[in-house]
Write a protein that binds this ligand. Structure first.
Ligand code: MG
Length: 361
C-alpha cells in the first residue's frame, strides 16, 4: 500500500539534488523546483494552445476524441500513478508529462512533416526539439530572462526525446523520464484505438484479432456477463491501461531490487527500469503496426491530413515570402532567418487559427 506521505526512494530525483536553472533563482518558500516547473508549463501560452491542437483526429471529426491537451493530461495521470508507486519524484514526472507534447504544431504529425519538409536543408523541424525552443526562447513570461527557465532535469528529459542519436540512446535517462516515455505509449495505444472505434474507423471484431486487445477483452468477459459492445469497449480500454501499468510496475520493482540504485544518477548507467515486459512489448508492437496501417493511414484521416498540409504549407510560404506576416516577437527571436521565424510562429498556432488564417488568405 503506497501512501502519499511515503518518502522518495534513494533512486528518485530528490529536489535538493537538482542541477538548477540556467538563470539562477532563489528557492521558493514552499514549492519545490519541480513544482515550479510544472506551474510554469501549465501557465504558458503554448500549453493552453494544446487544447485546440490535433492528437490524431482533427476537431472537425467530432468532440469525443482526444486533443493534444487531453492526451497530455492522460499521460500525466498515468505517469503520476507510476511515479507514486515507485516512490520517485511525482512533481518532476508531472512537469515532464505536461511538457512532453508542447512543441507539436497544428494538425499533429501532418503539420510536423510539412514543416520538416519546408525546412529541409535549414535544420528541419521536430516537435521535441521545438519544445526546447519554446522553453528556452519563445515563451515570454519573465522580465529577467527569455523562456521559462525550467530546471535542467526537465530540459534534459525533453532533450532526450529530441535527440534520438545512437549515442544518446546508450545512456539511460533518470527514472522519472523513463516513466513519462512509457506513459505516453501506454496512453496513445489504448486511446487511439478507442477514438478510432468511436469514429467508426475500426470495429471491435478487427481489434479482437490483436493479442493485446483480445486478451484484455477476455479478462473483462471473464469478470462480467452479457456486456453490450460499448460496455465491453470501455472496460477493455480501462483494462488495457491497468494491465500495462501493473506490468510495468512489476518489471520496474524487480529491476530496482536487483540493481539497488543508490541515487538518481545511478539510473543513467543502468539498464532501463520503467518499461513493460517483453511479452507486452511484443503485443504492443502488433497493435501499433495495426493502428499505423488502419487508423493513421485511414482515407478519412489522410483526406484531413491533405487539407491541413495544404493550409499550413500555404501559410508557411506566405510568411517566408512576406516576413511582416510573422509577429515581431518571432522575427526578433530569429534575426535574418525568415524560415525559422515562420516555423516558430506557425508551429505555435492552433488548428483552428491555422484554418481561419488560411481562409483569410
Ligand atoms: Mg504524447
Amino acid at each position: 500500500m503506497i501512501l502519499e506521505s511515503d518518502p522518495l526512494a534513494p533512486y528518485a530525483m530528490h529536489p535538493e539534488d537538482t542541477a538548477g536553472r540556467v538563470h539562477p533563482e532563489p528557492p521558493h518558500r514552499y514549492r519545490s523546483p519541480f513544482q515550479r516547473d510544472r506551474d510554469r508549463i501549465v501557465h504558458s501560452s503554448a500549453f493552453r494552445r494544446l487544447s485546440h491542437k490535433t492528437q490524431v483526429f482533427t476537431g472537425e471529426l467530432g468532440d469525443y476524441h482526444r486533443t493534444r491537451l487531453t492526451h497530455t493530461m492522460e499521460v500525466a495521470s498515468l505517469a503520476r500513478t507510476m511515479a507514486r508507486a515507485l516512490r520517485v519524484n511525482e512533481d518532476l514526472v508531472e512537469a515532464l508529462a505536461l511538457a512532453h507534447d508542447i512543441g507539436h504544431p497544428p494538425f499533429g504529425h501532418a503539420g510536423e512533416d510539412l514543416l520538416d519538409e519546408r525546412l529541409e536543408g535549414y535544420g528541419g523541424f521536430n516537435h521535441n526539439a521545438q519544445a526546447l525552443r519554446i522553453f528556452e526562447l519563445l515563451e515570454v513570461r519573465y522580465v529577467e530572462f527569455p523562456g521559462l527557465n525550467l530546471t535542467r532535469e526537465v530540459l534534459e528529459g525533453q532533450r532526450r526525446r529530441a535527440d534520438k542519436t545512437p549515442d544518446g540512446a546508450l545512456r539511460s535517462p533518470i527514472i522519472e523520464v523513463q516513466i513519462v516515455d512509457a506513459a505516453d505509449s501506454i496512453a496513445y495505444d489504448a486511446h487511439d484505438a478507442d477514438d478510432a472505434l468511436e469514429l467508426g474507423l475500426l470495429n471491435l471484431g478487427e481489434l479482437r484479432e490483436l493479442e493485446l486487445w483480445d486478451e484484455a477483452a477476455r479478462r473483462i468477459e471473464s469478470r462480467y456477463a452479457n456486456l453490450t459492445p460499448l460496455e465491453l469497449r470501455r472496460a477493455t480500454i480501462h483494462e488495457l491501461l491497468d494491465w500495462q501499468v501493473s506490468d510495468l510496475l512489476g518489471v520496474a520493482q524487480t529491476r530496482l531490487e536487483e540493481l539497488d540504485l543508490p541515487n538518481a544518477e545511478a539510473a543513467r548507467t543502468a539498464p532501463i527500469v520503467a518499461t513493460v515486459s517483453e511479452e507486452i512489448a511484443g503485443k504492443k508492437r502488433e497493435l501499433e503496426e495495426f493502428l499505423f496501417d488502419r487508423v493513421y493511414r485511414h482515407p478519412l484521416v489522410l483526406s484531413h491530413r491533405m487539407e491541413a498540409t495544404a493550409a499550413l504549407g500555404e501559410l508557411y510560404d506566405r510568411c517566408v515570402a512576406e516576413p511582416d506576416r510573422v509577429p515581431t516577437h518571432y522575427r526578433q527571436a530569429n534575426p535574418g532567418d525568415p524560415r525559422r521565424a515562420a516555423a516558430d510562429y506557425l508551429s505555435g498556432i492552433t488548428d483552428r487559427y491555422a484554418l481561419e488564417a488560411y481562409r483569410k488568405l
